[in-house]
Design a protein around this ligand. Structure first.
Ligand SMILES: *Cc1c(COP(=O)(O)O)cnc(C)c1O
Length: 398
């Protein structure tokens, strides 16, 4: 295991002259990925054709790579699989929980949750009928809102806007004491900080691979099911690859053994090949070391920005224990400031209505990146370089 983060940085193909602080939204390209994907295309798909499903192990990839991700989130081998997008995995986890808690009708979440998670919950309630409802409270009020009506608590551990971190173990224990199940979204946790779904007693967990795990745009999501539920969870999206025997082509659905039942359809083999290459880097590091380094980087950034940019208001908890691996600042002209930053070679992103968001990813973010970003942001603020019409034109993706 290495803590030489100057060495891990050389494993990424980062463009010259750019300070990349958006690996929390789209991880960069590992150097090994292009060749791995190329081999999968030409040697496997090209030469093996359909026999690749058996010969190249394509069919096992979702659960084999799920186990590799499991190491990063405290999940036992064989309890994580991959496929689809995170929104779909949220739906699957929620639907399974509602079915396992049939006397209750409420999904509880917080107003800071990522909209897609809330939309999926709303859509599921609509499908199930008028008795079902999504209840949202502010993040600080979640613990107090867990009561005997709640079927499932659905939370994102690290808030995508502010970086605030919920206490997974405490809230899960509270949910269980009230007879509710807990689904945790690890989109901003997996690869960002040590996660322990086993110790935290999560019932289900879901997350993305294209953010901190660097699988590339559109990379598949993962889903974890606690071993105690794995053989009784009935997946709502009962696709053929979650069937006990997909190639028996039975007309009736029977869920597959263990985590296999959470698969839906044909896995995205090329994207999984990209993830496989990225996970080779993760095999070399310990999450505790990543976390320690991430804390240094976020502390240094907060200190630097607060010293040079008095107009930017910190939106992220000051206590490193209470945040993920990102730092957010508020400013009414946040969009224009971020566009100016990007034009000056510092890439972060903007989240409506007023959040400038910066992700810190020890595998490739250096002290020099932090210093450079602080300096450029300081100049943009002091000289009002953001105040130009071209920086105020909203693009489709912010
Ligand atoms: C990034 C993110 C998503 C995105 O979902 P996709 O279906 O992969 O587009 C969902 N939820 C959270 C909390 C996220 O951070």
């Amino acid at each position: 295991m290495t803590t030489d983060f100057a060495a891990t940085r050389t494993l990424f193909d980062l463009p010259e002259g750019v300070i990349y602080l958006d690996g929390n939204s789209l991880g960069p390209l590992p150097c090994a990925t292009a060749q791995r994907v190329q081999d999968c295309v030409t040697k496997e798909w090209g030469q093996m054709l359909i026999t690749g499903w058996n010969k190249a192990g394509w069919m096992e990839m979702p659960t084999r790579l799920g186990t590799r991700i499991g190491r990063l989130i405290g999940a036992a081998p064989g309890t994580v699989t991959l496929g689809d997008t995170l929104s779909i995995k949220v739906y699957q986890a929620l639907a399974s929980c509602l079915e396992m808690n049939p006397d209750r009708r409420v999904i509880l979440s917080d107003t800071g949750n990522f909209p897609s998670d809330l939309y999926m919950a709303e859509g599921l309630c609509r499908t199930l009928g008028p008795d079902y409802q999504l209840r949202t409270v502010s993040p600080e009020d979640v613990a107090g809102a867990i009561d005997e009506t709640v079927a499932v608590l659905m939370l994102t551990e690290v808030d995508y806007r502010t970086g605030r971190r919920h206490d997974m173990a405490a809230l899960t224990a509270k949910a269980h004491a009230a007879g509710a199940l807990a689904v945790w979204d690890l989109a901003h946790s997996a690869g960002a900080l040590p996660v322990d779904v086993t110790g935290g007693d999560a019932d289900f967990a879901v997350g993305c691979t294209y953010k901190y795990l660097n699988s590339g745009p559109g990379g598949p999501a993962f889903i974890y099911v606690a071993p105690r539920h794995i053989d009784r969870a009935r997946p709502a999206l009962s696709g053929w690859l979650g069937h006990e025997a997909p190639f028996a082509f039975d007309s009736d659905y029977r869920p597959g053994a263990g985590i296999e039942r959470m698969r839906v359809g044909t896995p995205p083999v090329l994207q999984l090949a990209a993830l496989d290459a990225s996970l080779d880097i993760w095999d070399r590091v310990e999450m505790a070391d990543i976390r320690a380094r991430s804390t240094q980087l976020t502390q240094a950034f907060i200190k630097g920005v607060e010293a040079t940019c008095p107009d930017l208001i910190l939106a992220t908890p000051r206590d490193p224990e209470r945040r993920g691996s990102q730092v957010s600042f508020r400013h009414p002209e946040g969009y224009a400031i971020m566009q100016a930053l990007i034009a000056h070679g510092v890439i972060g992103d903007f989240r409506a209505p007023d959040i400038l968001r910066f992700g810190f990813t020890p595998l490739y973010t250096s002290d020099a990146d932090v210093e450079g970003a602080v300096k450029i942001l300081g100049t943009i603020m002091a000289e009002r370089l953001w105040d130009r019409p071209e920086y105020k034109v909203r693009a489709r993706v912010t």
